[in-house]
Design a protein around this ligand. Sequence first.
Ligand code: GTP
Length: 441
Amino acid sequence: MTTKSIDRSVPIQSALVLHPDRGRREDLRAASARLTEAVGLAEALDLKVVETLVVPLRAPTPATLLGAGKVDEIATIALALELDVVVVDDALSPVQQRNLERAWKVKVIDRTGLILEIFARRARTREGKLQVELARLGYEASRLVRTWTHLERQRGGLGAMGGPGETQIETDRRLITEKVTRLKRELDEVRRTRTLARRARGRVPFPTIALVGYTNAGKSTLFNRLTDSEVVAKDMLFATLDPTLRRLKLPGGRPAILSDTVGFISSLPHELVEAFRATLDEVKEADIILHVRDIASDESEAEAADVRKVLDELKVGEEAGQRVIEVWNKIDLLPPETRELLANRTEREDSAAVALSAVSGEGIERLTTRLAGLVDEGPLLTIALEASDGEGLAWLYRHGRVMTRTVGEGTDVLVTAKLAAPALAKFEQLRPRAFLPAAAE
Ligand code: GTP
């Protein structure tokens, strides 16, 4: 297999993390921040990072990505530090990976391989595991194609040879294709079952709140604090791959459901985008989205911009009748004057942000009070829909709390439902003529 896995029989492996700096202008993040993130990813795989390097990369060398001088220099370091692994924070072709492994006499793992390994370790649900496996096969299949002749000569392949005239590479490719088809079928089945489960839950009249945010922003810590539960919160990237659901009690006793999602990372390799997005499904269904930000991070703005972009692409947020609140987390790490400034800026009831510390607990009450206000279900309304308007009815079930549904005069269906202010405003746009005089409580 071309994907490198870390050998778990060896407890600690020492690693060098190397970030090739391509000096891209469009890249908002400094090379040092990218290096820090790559170190975090390596540590999430239990590697002991003993050395880090940023290597300027003006013109990539096809055979080894890095220039010959750099390759030699790192070979010397690898020997001196007795390294086991070099992590290259960029995409390597299989040929480059092999050449570097030969030159450095250590395992070499590239960024995609690294993230795949983390996804594989963190995936908890059946769906998460299938998605990761699919992404991994895609990664391998693309490598088979690109390095056809090379692989044909050099690698052992996946196993059983096919019929007469089939070369090893053809067998490998056929086996991968078959496995992909099987996995996709299984994934469809799992998704279908999950949609049914979600629909059933949709009938439970609890508002749902989803946590999203950059990796290490503090989602799991906040999740635990809000629900007093024990989801793994470590200083480790990707502590959460699949959404986790918990019941949450807000001031006033109103229950809600809180879900945690996988963290965002900068420049996710494109092969992994789909696997990652699928983990955000819960967000689409949520009434309120809490965008958790590490407000003490130098990259806070760039990270928030990435998250907002993905949310926009998923068409979630205010447009869909959902409320988005930014949680400015880790204020305990800020100097007192900055902390006060942020607290003042977010104090107002209608502010779209709440400043807090999930670790110290400062500001948590502000958040729960805000949430309690938002999940206030609003007035009981009577709404007349055409019997054929299944879409309108489904919308009401998704965004409000439907109390009764009766067939009215003529072709109408009468629905009594509670809708919170943002959902109400949205529904008034969608079906302006549907409202009847308010029903009595
Ligand atoms: P992923 O699962 O990787 O997406 O991360 P996450 O967003 O769930 O972050 P997590 O809760 O695991 O927190 C990451 C690190 O930040 C941990 O070391 C936490 O202890 C720390 N942390 C979280 N919230 C705060 C905070 O308010 N203040 C400080 N000082 N540290 C915090």
